[in-house]
Design a protein around this ligand. Structure first.
Ligand code: NDP
Length: 350
């Protein structure tokens, strides 16, 4: 069973559920693997790919969307040594889609085994959200304990991972948020982000409050992360310390990332971009990827890194999942439970 689309457009209009694929039971080649997809997250890039508004689109249609998943190995080809039947794995080549399905068959080299004991929620968001967070914390500036990172879209899955990983590294972090519509909802969101380990969780209009400014001045923001653009990007950039790095990895507001000229001249900040797909496909070696997955798995197994997800059955609830994924102010990352036809999914890691 899988979801696919024949033309680009609104996901709720163009996605179709298909119950059977011809080669699902065909014998495997020596380097191939057959997997059961346990859970597949719905990320903004998946939605943009379906809409046809992403730099990387499927080479032909129909296409199955989905770039992040956790799978269980059902069967391996005769020459496959790195994956074992029963174990869990995650994709390590990115951007090609194809994860919103119950079973997957193809090259074993596209997947990497996950250590046992990683909870499903963390596993389902590991290779996009958590890997992006870790790479951005490690690859742009050498942060030492006590340094600080500031980010906008503090409620997003990537930002939540940044907050938790930063805390594990003894870094300070500040998350900028947008208001949810009621004081109660704002308070609940702030409490959630603080509970993840942020030093401050601020709505962007609070940045100029007299009691907030001194606390921000105390912090040494050597890294700023922007996934919004517009005024929100400027709010991040203005907090940065001299010679800090400003990294843009998303553009949720669809506005350009504006940085005041003076920050380049008088603070010598560096503005860069990050794309996990490029890192997975062109930059990271197999050893780098193993090290990264191991580090994140350790954090997940110890309970230091967890992910707020809501599971939806692929067959019966995919529409609700997509609706949640495209909504504002969502309470969790929408994740498709793919498993088998009945929607069953292994509840615990082997
Ligand atoms: P989520 O779907 O978990 O969260 C979306 C976030 O964007 C929420 O914080 C939401 O705020 C905020 N948001 C949505 N629309 C706007 C807007 N118009 N103005 C301000 N904030 C807005 O997102 P992910 O964590 O999965 O992804 C976050 C961003 O990072 C996306 O742009 C995504 O494409 C990008 N990304 C990039 C990667 C890369 O390699 N470059 C990898 C992974 C993600 P609210 O809660 O208030 O609705």
């Amino acid at each position: 069973m899988h979801l696919c689309y024949n033309c680009h457009g609104d996901p709720l209009q163009v996605l179709r559920l298909k119950k059977k694929k011809k080669d699902e039971g065909a014998p495997l080649g020596p380097q191939e693997v057959r997997l059961r997809i346990l859970a597949a997250a719905i990320n903004p890039a998946d939605i943009n790919q379906i809409e046809g508004r992403y730099p990387l689109l499927p080479s032909s249609l129909p296409a199955v969307p989905g770039n992040e998943a956790t799978a269980q190995v059902l069967e391996v080809g005769s020459a496959v040594a790195a994956l074992k039947a029963g174990s869990w794995c995650v994709p390590v080549s990115a951007g090609g889609g194809g994860m919103w399905r119950s079973t997957w068959r193809g090259p074993a080299a596209s997947w990497m085994a996950l250590p046992a004991g990683v909870p499903l929620d963390a596993a389902a968001t590991l290779t996009v959200s958590s890997c992006t967070a870790l790479r951005m914390l490690e690859d742009f500036v050498r942060l030492k304990p006590g340094d600080a990172v500031v980010q906008n879209a503090g409620s997003s899955a990537v930002s939540r991972a940044v907050t938790q990983i930063a805390r594990a590294k003894d870094l300070h972090s500040v998350s900028l948020l947008r208001r949810r519509g009621t004081p109660e909802a704002d308070d609940a969101l702030r409490a959630e982000i603080l509970a993840l380990g942020a030093d401050l969780a601020l709505f962007e209009d609070e940045l100029r409050d007299s009691d907030v400014k001194p606390r921000l001045r105390e912090m040494n923001f050597r890294l700023g992360l922007n996934s919004v653009g517009g005024v929100s990007a400027e709010n991040v950039a203005k907090l940065l310390a001299p010679k800090a790095s400003f990294v843009t990895y998303g553009g949720m507001s669809k506005g350009p990332a504006t940085i005041p000229t003076g920050l380049f001249i008088f603070k010598d900040i560096s503005a860069r971009g990050f794309w996990m797909t490029r890192w997975m496909n062109e930059v990271g070696t197999t050893e780098d990827k193993k090290r990264m997955l191991l580090a994140l798995s350790d954090l997940a197994r110890s309970g230091t890194l967890h992910s707020t997800v809501k599971l939806f059955d692929l067959e019966t609830e995919w529409r609700q999942a997509v609706e949640m994924a495209v909504a504002n102010h969502k309470p969790a990352k929408a994740v498709l439970r793919c498993g088998n036809a009945s929607g069953g999914v292994a509840a615990i890691s082997p």
